[in-house]
Design a binder for this molecule. Structure first.
Ligand SMILES: Nc1nc2c(ncn2[C@@H]2O[C@H](COP(=O)(O)OP(=O)(O)OP(=O)(O)O)[C@@H](O)[C@H]2O)c(=O)[nH]1
Ligand SMILES: [Mg+2]
Length: 391
């Protein structure tokens, strides 16, 4: 899914947190959300959850501070771990640039871990990708619990390839940012080797020499981040970390504040940061056109599509639109999609073109914009006929 905007010199990459049910994927994303400063991440969205269980996906856009003359945008996703949601896992996995496998370290979860890893391999293979050549990091989660398996055992069973691995306790945040750093590095390295990431410009605006390659710039950026904080800006435990906490060293202790259930709408508490630390925040959050037209229960689906579009994840935007359109058309009653569209007087040619995208190898920005347009068309037609009604 990676995309590069050469004008803005911006790289967008998709990272998926995969693993069995209840292994801690959503908890991990929430911790990243809490830890990264608001200026560097968007809203976290949990699309369709039931209690603690993810039914569709969680999504969190994160921006790594400018690295040399490029910036990196990450779109972080979780899949639903429960075995019977494989179709959704396949959709979410589409276009991924890297995977963090979140394993549950408890002995009783070992079968589920193995099964989920095999399932990841199978689903990637269906997308024409071999897991053993794909950017992958293992997250041994729930290390805070008593009686967990030794890491050697987890490694032997689940990580024979010896990819980078991290012991984490997502519940208190330990290790999650180190894991994220590692997968980001792997993804950037992979994108460089595929020549997707542009070479750095030869000189800086001030005439200084840039280190070669985006990864070298990232390394330099990480080193800079290790510099001590300027006086007057101490790091408090629990304080949101500057940038992505990509500064190396241990992740900061995280405040044990309870995490509220993630609402579909803005959950970003406004924060006032010293001007010298943070770029000014963009003003109040605005609704996108699709979510402004959405009825209550379609709202977070529309937001997901818009957020994916804004983060440059056009494949997921189309995926989210597909799901939303299917759900929205269902208000016209049971039957094939074409019949539902006909009843609502949604343009058949538009719907055909939209459905044709499913077979496209590469989804471009104009495809995603078109998908959002079709979604809006469906919402407008539903509004016109008064659906969904109040009953
Ligand atoms: N003790 C402990 N509990 C954890 C940890 N990570 C997650 N949990 C708990 O495990 C449960 C499941 O966590 P989730 O993050 O919802 O799991 P998930 O992988 O997203 O599950 P699905 O959405 O069903 O795939 C929750 O009750 C979490 O609080 C951890 O590191 N330590
Ligand atoms: Mg979940």
């Amino acid at each position: 899914m990676s995309s590069v905007n050469l004008m803005a010199r911006e790289v967008a990459a998709k990272i998926v947190f995969y693993g069995p049910g209840l292994s801690g994927k959503t908890t991990t994303l929430r911790k990243i959300y809490e830890t990264v400063r608001p200026a560097h991440r968007g809203e976290m969205m949990s699309i369709a959850t039931e209690g603690d269980r993810t039914l569709f996906f969680d999504f969190l856009p994160v921006k790594v501070e400018r690295v040399g003359d490029c910036s990196v945008r990450l779109a972080l996703y979780t899949v639903p771990g429960q075995v019977f949601y494989n179709a959704t896992r396949k959709l979410v996995l589409q276009g991924a640039d890297g995977v963090v496998f979140v394993a549950d370290s408890q002995p009783e979860a070992m079968d589920a871990n193995r099964e989920s890893l095999a399932n990841l391999e199978e689903n990637l293979f269906e997308h024409g990708i071999r897991l053993d050549r794909f950017p992958l990091v293992m997250q041994w989660n729930k290390r805070d619990l008593e009686g967990v398996l030794p890491v050697e055992e987890l490694r032997k069973e689940l990580n024979p390839r010896g990819v980078p691995e991290f012991e984490t306790a997502a519940a208190n945040g330990r290790g999650v940012l180190d894991t994220l750093k590692a997968i980001t590095r792997l993804v950037i390295k992979d994108l460089r080797s595929k020549r997707i990431v542009p070479p750095p410009r030869p000189t800086t605006p001030t005439g200084g020499q840039q280190p070669a390659g985006l990864e070298a710039q990232l390394t330099q950026h990480l080193q800079n981040r290790q510099q001590p904080q300027p006086p007057g800006q101490p790091q408090h435990p629990g304080q949101q970390h500057p940038a992505m906490a990509f500064g190396g060293g241990p992740a900061p202790a995280l405040a044990p504040t309870p995490v509220p259930r993630v609402a579909p709408v803005a959950v970003v508490a406004p924060r006032i940061e010293p001007a010298s630390v943070v770029a000014p925040q963009v003003g109040p959050k605005l609704l996108g056109a699709a979510s402004a037209l959405a009825s209550g229960d379609m709202f977070d689906h529309a937001r997901a599509a818009e957020a994916a579009f804004m983060s440059g994840d056009y494949t997921t935007c189309v995926t989210a639109c597909t799901d939303a359109i299917r759900r929205a058309l269902a208000y016209a009653g049971e039957g094939p999609l074409a019949q539902q569209a006909f009843l609502l007087r949604v343009d058949g040619a538009d719907l055909l073109r939209f459905q044709g995208m499913a077979t496209q190898q590469h989804i471009r920005v104009d495809d995603a914009a078109f998908a959002l347009y079709v979604l809006m068309q469906v919402f407008v037609r539903l509004n016109a006929v008064g659906l969904p009604n109040a009953e």
